[in-house]
Ligand binder design. Structure first.
Ligand SMILES: [Mn+2]
Length: 338
């Protein structure tokens, strides 16, 4: 994968009139933050620009500036099709593989546009035209900041942009506590606050937005569902569709629950299984050296980062959990490596 100089990116952006920004399915803080951050920049440059999400983003991100202007592919395929087909440039943000967005990916792949990936996930697919990729970056938002400063200047970062980018950095770093948080991350965050991002308000907007149901669901998970397997330094929770219904499940309600088990000393690997529309979604989190990206890739056809990954399973909830439990002995050495 070749490194593209900023001068080329600058030319591409300057030349293009219509631009689309696409992010991954189930958009999170970094997906929305990076997309909207770049959107505000391009809008400021007078571009005809749209943010496209494969499916709806969670309610706790709905306060973000211009989030409501984004197009949801699932709800409006025809309009998205038109938008993609007239775009000269398509930005692929916070993911790097068409497969992750199914039919929308096909649409982009078959369009005449130039495709630019800006992302921090491992192993980008090599089918795109240009890459601004760094798997050491804390977040795609951190990369968007570099990208915009690289093709333009720090001065163009306004309050709206700063707010969006700060949000993604905050959510992807677990509020600046994951090992992906570097000196550079803080420097970028500081610049964003300087540009007008209200850090305390952003935190409250994102994290103090629980419904009563959601907090009760969290309590239920921790009290009734959390299973520790200390002999393998692992823990898991599994929720059926019925249980989610009981707590009036809304998109985003189970976000982050997987992390709690890692707050227990000696637990290195946490898994969260949930049944949604008959399919099983899995989140893996780890501390230290255990590579959940490798684990998810090898056994569940998923992927992500070393300490955070996701996957899907076609097995039943019970069989998926059993598969997970049965895999642990094979990974004992890695789980005990610190
Ligand atoms: Mn990200």
């Amino acid at each position: 994968m070749q490194k593209t100089p900023f001068s080329i990116f600058k030319k591409l952006v300057t030349k293009a009139k219509t631009i689309s920004i696409v992010t991954h399915v189930n958009p999170d803080g970094d997906a929305m933050g990076s997309s909207l951050g770049l959107y505000h920049y391009l809008k400021g440059k007078g571009k005809n620009v749209k943010v496209i999400v494969p499916n709806a983003f969670p309610d706790f991100l709905a306060w973000m500036p211009a989030s409501k202007q984004s197009m949801v592919f699932e709800k409006n395929e025809e309009a998205v099709k038109k938008q993609i087909n007239k775009s000269e440039l398509v930005f692929i943000l916070d993911f790097n593989n068409y497969n992750r967005i199914d039919a929308l990916g096909e649409l982009i792949r078959n369009s005449a546009s130039k495709k630019i990936v800006i992302d921090h996930h491992q192993k980008p697919d090599t089918v795109f035209d240009y890459y601004f990729h760094d798997e050491k970056a804390s977040s795609t938002c951190e990369l968007i900041y570099d990208f915009v400063c690289g093709i333009d200047s720090k001065k163009v970062v306004d309050k709206k942009m700063a707010t969006c980018l700060y949000t993604g950095i905050m959510t992807d770093t677990g509020s600046f506590r994951f090992s992906s948080t570097t000196q550079k991350t803080f420097q970028v965050a500081a610049s964003l606050i300087e540009a007008g991002a209200q850090n305390a308000t952003i935190y409250a907007n994102v994290y103090d937005d629980y419904t009563q149901h959601r907090l009760k669901l969290l309590g239920y998970c921790l009290h009734e569902k959390l299973v520790f397997i200390p002999e393998y330094k692992a823990a898991y929770m599994a929720l059926s569709e019925e249980e989610l219904k009981k707590f009036g499940f809304k998109k985003g309600d189970t976000e982050g629950i997987v992390n709690y088990a890692l707050s227990v000393s000696g637990i290195e690997l946490s898994a969260f299984f949930s049944e949604k529309e008959g399919a099983i979604r899995i989140s893996f989190r780890s501390k230290n050296k255990f590579d959940v990206n490798k684990f998810a890739r090898a056994h569940f056809n998923g992927g992500g980062h070393i300490n955070a990954a996701g996957a899907k399973s076609d097995l039943s909830l019970k069989d998926t959990v059993n598969k997970f439990i049965e895999l642990l002995p094979k990974h004992k050495t890695e789980l005990f490596k610190r």
